[in-house]
Design a protein around this ligand. Sequence first.
Ligand code: KG4
Ligand code: ZN
Length: 351
Amino acid sequence: MIVLGIETSCDETAAAVVRDGRETLSSEVYSQASRHAPFGGVVPDLAARCHVEALGGIIERAVAKADVAWSELDAVAATYGPGLSSSLLIGMAAAKGLAFRLDRPFIAVNHLQAHLYSPFMGAGRADFEQACPFVALIVSGGHTLLVHVSGLGRYRVLGRTLDDAAGEALDKAAMLLGLGYPGGPVIQRASEGGDAQRIRFPRARPRSGNPFLKGLRAECCFSFSGLKTALLYYMKEHPFANDSDRAERLPSIAASYQEAVVAALVDRCERALGPDATALACGGGVSLNARLRAALTDLARKKGVPLYLAEPAYCGDNAAMVAALAGAGQGRRGPEAMNLDANPVLDVSEF
Ligand code: KG4
Ligand code: ZN
C-alpha cells in the first residue's frame, strides 16, 4: 500500500510517500522557521498562509521524488489534530481534494500518534508491535508527554506538561538570551564548552494535589514555566557586563538551562518505566537534542531496557510518519473521514 501523507499542524509544510507503513520513498519538509523568527515564535495566521504558498509544490516534489505515478497512490493521509486549526485545515483540504480527484480513501491521522510511531521508522528499525509494551516520551515545541503503549492504537497517557512544553521552554530561553528562534538548536550550540553544573536551575516537579494533574501521577508530569522565570530572574540579577563577559558566561548559562530541561525529562522517564514497560522510546523535535539523546541512552542502560530514538529525519514534524501510520492501518478512513473537521486539541489516545 502506497500512501501520500501531508503534515501541516504547525510550522512545517510537509509531504511524503511511504510504502506499506515502513519504506519511505520520499519525505519533503519545508520549515517556516525563518518566516516566524522575527516574531520569536509561531504566528498562526502566518503559518496558515505559508502552508497555502508552499504545500502544492511540496506535494508535487514528494510524488516526483518517490518516482510513483499519481495513479499508484492507494490513499492520501493528513494530520487532523492536534495543532493550529487554520494550518490543519489547509493540509486536510488538500488531502481530501486529492483523495476525491484520485478516487482513493482519505485517512485522517492523529499527529501525536504519528510521533509515537516515528522511533520505529527507517531501515533496519525494530517493529512497533514487537517493541510493546513500552513507555514513550513525545517532546516537541508544542507537546511534552509520557505515554504507555501496549500496541498500535493502544495508548494510555502517564504524564504531561501542566504548562509549557520542553521545546517552548528552550525557545523562550533563547529569546531571553537574544539567541534567536527556534531555541532548541541555538541553545544546544551555545552550550558547547559550557559547564552544565555552574548554575542550578530548578527541576520543577508538579506537586501531588495540583488541580491540573487531573488524575495523573505528579511524578510523571512536567512543569517548565518556572524554569523560564528562574532564567529571567538570574539574568536580571547577573546581567552581562560587556561582550567578553557574555562570551565567557553564555555557554555555561545555556548548558545549565539545557541540563535542567534534560534532567526533568529523564527523571520522569525513569519514574514512568515500571514493570509493565519493557522499553523506552522517544520522538519529537526536542529529541534531536544531543544531550537528551545521551542522557536517555544512559537511563536505558541503567534500567536494562532497549531504547528507540527516532532517527533525526523523523524527530521534527514530517509527513513520512503520517503516511507510515496510515499505511500501518491506523487513522480514520472511509466516507466519515471526508466529513471530519480539524481537531486542534485532539489527545494522543483519541481517534
Ligand atoms: O516536533 P517539532 O518540529 O514541532 C512541534 O510539533 O512542536 O519540534 C520543534 C521544537 C522546537 O521547540 C525546537 O526548539 C526544538 O523542537 N528543537 C530542539 C532541537 N532541535 C529542535 N530542541 C533541543 N535541541 C535541538 N537540537
Ligand atoms: Zn509535532
